[in-house]
Structures are given as C-alpha cells and as structure tokens.
Design a protein around this ligand. Structure first.
Ligand SMILES: [Cu+2]
Length: 120
C-alpha cells in the first residue's frame, strides 16, 4: 500500500513537471526600476537543461499586482547566450507581474514572474 502511494505521488510530480508547456527556465535577470519619466532595462534569461536558448520570440505583458494600470506590452531583443532585453517606463514602483508569452517550434509557452520595482 505504501509503495502504491509512493508511485502515485511520483506520477503526480511527473505530471506537474510536464504541464508547464515547455522546459524553459525563464528568469528575470534585471528588473526595471521606477523614476518618473525614465525608462529602465528589463533583462530576461532563458535556459533549457542548463543551456542558454537563443532565437526565441516572446512578449511580456506587465501589470501591477494590486492596482490597475492596464497592461504594458514589452517586446524583447535577442542578445544571444539566452539573454533577451527590453526596456520600460513604469508608472510606479511596487509589485509587478510579468506574463511572458511566446512560441517555440510551433508550440506556445508561457511563464509568470512576479517582481519588485524599486523607486530610484
Ligand atoms: Cu500602482
């Protein structure tokens, strides 16, 4: 019975691992800051199995976690070595959410990153 339970738990873990849509590890390397009228870089890194992934096309849709400022769309430039760069002029500091949506080899992937924007 114990063995069966362990097998079942393992199955759940495996299913959870597959349901993300892709094996990309997407991290925010540099979060934008906030200062009125200034734009700041946004740097994202994409890895797969420990290797950088180049040539991806994706957009990030930024929104504030607890306030409605609408959605800000960012397009990224492929800098090579898994690094993608954009820039944004935000309306305020605080907690922001980036919804990343892209496509790779005909299949869509998405990833959500929550980050803190510091006031300069
Ligand atoms: Cu706000």
């Amino acid at each position: 019975m114990k063995k069966l339970l362990a097998g079942f738990m393992l199955l759940i873990v495996l299913l959870a691992g597959c349901s993300s849509g892709s094996d990309f590890e997407i991290t925010l390397r540099e979060a934008p800051k906030y200062k009125a009228g200034e734009s700041y870089p946004v740097v994202i890194e994409v890895m797969k199995d420990g290797e950088p992934v180049d040539g991806l096309e994706f957009a990030a849709y930024l929104e504030m976690a607890k306030m409605d400022h609408g959605t800000i769309e960012l397009n990224f430039e492929d800098k090579g070595n898994g690094v993608y760069e954009s820039s944004v002029e935000l309306p305020m500091g605080g907690e922001w959410i980036a919804n990343i949506e892209g496509e790779s080899d005909g299949s869509a992937f998405e990833h959500v990153i929550t980050f803190e924007v510091e006031k300069e």
